[in-house]
Write a protein that binds this ligand. Structure first.
Ligand code: MF3
Ligand code: CO
Length: 254
């Protein structure tokens, strides 16, 4: 069952969202070739703590870190490590801020140094998929409208959409009821209602959409070893449309 939140509750999530946004904003300058994913994880955790919030992912179902730092063919949920990011890498940094019990979740994809043209196209297409998905998240539409537009756009560029991991309702818990697939048929699924808060987080692969789980029990990788990109926002459905509560700047406007 989707959770319907009050304006007041959504305001609290927006405050958590501002800290998520600050973390990602700060990462733009911090991430460069030569840095380890451990350092990136610590950098984010420190910003959360300095802003009186906590990393919700740490300890969530046994997940050990504040962030997920997934590189290249890692789709999502990879552990920070002593891996040194290098020129040409595609790094996805994902985390959830808890501020006074209310959560906000966003993953962002960072291209390290100079990207190969196809890598850049994958990254740009994935961001477009997120924005297109968000454009469909409004009262009167259905959840299937979001996945349909994402799938159409990704496949039009020759890429594929990961099926095993989806967007989700979020509130005081990371996964709150609603499931938001990134593939699907327009006009299908639950009706979108004012007060719903959920993530849209397309994971788009250069090759096949199938994934495999690594031995650590967490890291999802593409089965064929191809690159994967991801962008994620938490959004709240309003009367007019939606509000991106993890907004960093002017993304998904125009
Ligand atoms: N931020 C993650 C997502 O969007 C949710 C928690 S993942 C975990 O899927 F690694 F913490 F478990
Ligand atoms: Co996330």
């Amino acid at each position: 069952m989707p959770n319907i939140l009050t304006k007041n509750q959504i305001e609290k999530m927006k405050d958590a969202g501002k800290i998520v946004s600050l973390c990602h904003h700060s990462l733009r300058d911090y991430i460069k070739p030569g840095i380890t994913t451990n350092a990136i994880n610590q950098f984010v955790e420190k910003i959360m703590i300095a802003n009186h919030s906590t990393p919700e992912q740490k300890g969530y179902m046994g997940y050990p870190y504040a962030t997920c730092t997934s590189v290249n063919d890692e789709i999502c949920h990879a552990f920070p490590s002593d891996y040194v990011v290098k020129n040409g890498d595609l790094l996805k940094v994902d985390f959830v801020v808890n501020l006074n019990g209310w959560l906000a979740d966003s993953a962002w994809c960072y291209g390290i140094g100079n990207l190969a043209p196809k890598t850049k196209l994958l990254m740009d297409t994935t961001k477009e998929c997120l924005c297109l998905g968000i454009s469909q998240a409004k009262v009167g539409n259905r959840i299937g409208d979001i996945g349909a537009i994402i799938q159409k756009h990704a496949e039009s560029k020759g890429f594929s959409v990961v099926r095993e991991y989806t967007g989700h309702g979020i509130s005081r818990v990371i996964h709150d009821g609603l499931i938001v697939p990134h593939v699907g048929k327009a006009g299908r699924g639950q009706r979108i209602k004012e007060g719903m808060v959920f993530t849209i987080e397309p994971m788009i692969n250069e090759g096949h959409y199938l994934s495999k789980l690594a031995d650590d029990g967490w890291t999802a990788k593409t089965k064929d070893g191809s690159l994967s990109a991801q962008f994620e926002h938490t959004i709240a459905i309003t009367k007019q449309g939606n509000e991106i509560i993890t907004r960093q700047g002017d993304e998904c406007t125009k």
